[in-house]
Design a binder for this molecule. Sequence first.
Ligand code: AMP
Length: 427
Amino acid sequence: MSFTTLGLSEPILKAIAKTGYTKPTPIQEKAIPLILQRKDVLAAAQTGTGKTAGFTLPMLENLEMSRAKSSGQKKPHIRALILTPTRELAAQVGENVATYSEFLPYKSAIVFGGVSINRQIGTIRRGVDILIATPGRLLDLISQKIVDLTKVEILVLDEADRMLDMGFINDIKKIIKIVPKNRQTLLFSATFSKEIKALASGFQINPSLVEVAAQNTTSERVKQVVHPVDKVKKRALLCKLIKDSKWNQVLVFTRTKHGANKLSKYLEEQGISSTAIHGNKSQNARTKALANFKAKEVQVLVATDIAARGLDIDMLPHVVNFELPNVPEDYVHRIGRTGRAGRAGEAVSLVCIDEKDFLRNIERLTSQKIKKVVIEGFEVDPNIKAEPINMGGRGNRNQPKKSNSKRRDNNSNRTSKPRNRSRSRAY
Ligand code: AMP
């Protein structure tokens, strides 16, 4: 199948051609025709499957088809709203929208917290057709009567599962109350959980279901390996792997912000250029770090789960779990940063005795045994006993303010036992 046969019009096809995509990904093949039929769509697709184009391309087409109705208006008004859980994802989706709408007359804007609101106000006042927003900042702008959502034709909830995890359910409900009832609603989520289905049934009308990969499967293109190692030797092993294998672009995950900073500093000391991104860094610092990493000016990006959510880095060859996540679904999200859009990737996990249960939960969730390879000189000391894992300190700016959020976080002050795979939800 080609993009032409999907029924997209010339300006959109021209933009696709410019990106170099030759054929639609499976999620695009399935979702685009349904969205073009103006159906509500509930799609399970992980990052890396091409899901953003999967909703953006038909969204643009639909806006084009109904443009005549609104063409009398002098100033653009918000006709499509895309909600994302994080600033990074908002920025990325915004970039995608700009790319795919290059040959269309639409103005888009991205709004998220952590940066000055005034510039965002100015942009919206000048008029936008497509708004990409995180829920908190959007509600701010609504309460200041800057944003008018009463003419929204298409609402997209991207990474809806993450939005629920982060405690945005009430914010989403408030926003949904404001947008017109006769809109088209597209809900994208990494998995079809019970909670997502419940959310969809409240906000969508008879949605068509689209699924591309079985739940919680890890991409087959990603080669996964576990290196058993003692906790104190992880840093040295990471350096060895980076240096010996000559990895020139590697995303490393830590559980805590403090851990990310410490590791990044250590790598720098060892002559490996590195930056950390996490919720304590300003938005500008995070954007700059990501840009440097993408430009290959920095070899290693050390990130916490929240900061890394939604990062889209073309052809990222290596992901390292310096520490395994305590929530097994996060492993799937993490390694989804590599092996994207048909390319091969490698995910390496450095696992110490304390993380044995985390590993077991991950293997159970993904229904696979991950290959274990002991690296010479880093054999585990059988006398070391497992200790409970400290999940870090308090105070995460990325953490939603909502007190009812049950999202486990890389900064919760919990000395945690591995949780089982079912996450508790806040609603
Ligand atoms: P996403 O799942 O939206 O985060 O997209 C993952 C990556 O796939 C991004 O780098 C996109 O630019 C890329 N991509 C999206 N659609 C296609 C396509 N049809 N062919 C090749 N790459 C694509």
